[in-house]
Design a protein around this ligand. Sequence first.
Ligand SMILES: O=C(O)CCC(=O)C(=O)O
Ligand SMILES: [Fe+2]
Length: 247
Amino acid sequence: HSHSSDDAQKVLSSGDDCRHPAYKTHILSKSPLVIYLANFLTPEERDHLTEITKDTFTHSAVADGSGAQGLRQTRTSQSTNVPRDSVVRCIEQRALLFQGLDTPRTHLEPVQLVKYGQGEHYHFHTDWYTNPIHATSALGGNRQSSFFAYVAASDDVTGGGTNFPLLDAPLGDEWCKFVDCDETWENGVTFRPVVGNAVYWENLHEDGSGDQRNLHAGLPVTSGWKIGMNIWTRQGPLGEDIRGPDV
Ligand SMILES: O=C(O)CCC(=O)C(=O)O
Ligand SMILES: [Fe+2]
């Protein structure tokens, strides 16, 4: 397909003071594709996100097998959609540019923050939907990719890692800055909640079917609290009723 330069502009520009940090990328797995992003969020962005969502968190919903949004013991955290201001647009743009120069902004779900207090967790799940009613074309299809970023955590946070049981733990002590190197081999990879950093992965196979290998969980926070951020990119554009006007 072809693009006019106008289309390219739309993807690339998101306003005046959007400056991207020099984040570092580390491939953790090529299949499925999992990439670790160090310093993906700046301290100012993290503070801003925490500030604008203060007092807006409500108990997280999960989609159950029948497609109804329900509250269950599988996800005890609280979450909130982040209003799309210039800071959020800049982060959205960063997430789009990372994935290529041709992913339209309309493929992004509203950015979501999720907060866990002591004992709260999100049981094993995939971010791609198994039930097709959550992946209709009006919804942009299924979730192509996920960013999970660590936005904030208390100084005394323990636990609260993001565990991928089906990935191979990386070798090499350099990774211990980011992953829990005390985790046993059988448990796969657990990313520790290192604020500012993010994990990116692809959810779908080439043919659009879900990739089970990126099963993951938000492990219980055993003390303190953490706030994470989800940026989900759909296969296609989301309806304006869901995304809101494309500001
Ligand atoms: O809290 C985490 O570490 C992971 C959260 C997660 O997987 C999600 O919100 O989809
Ligand atoms: Fe998830």
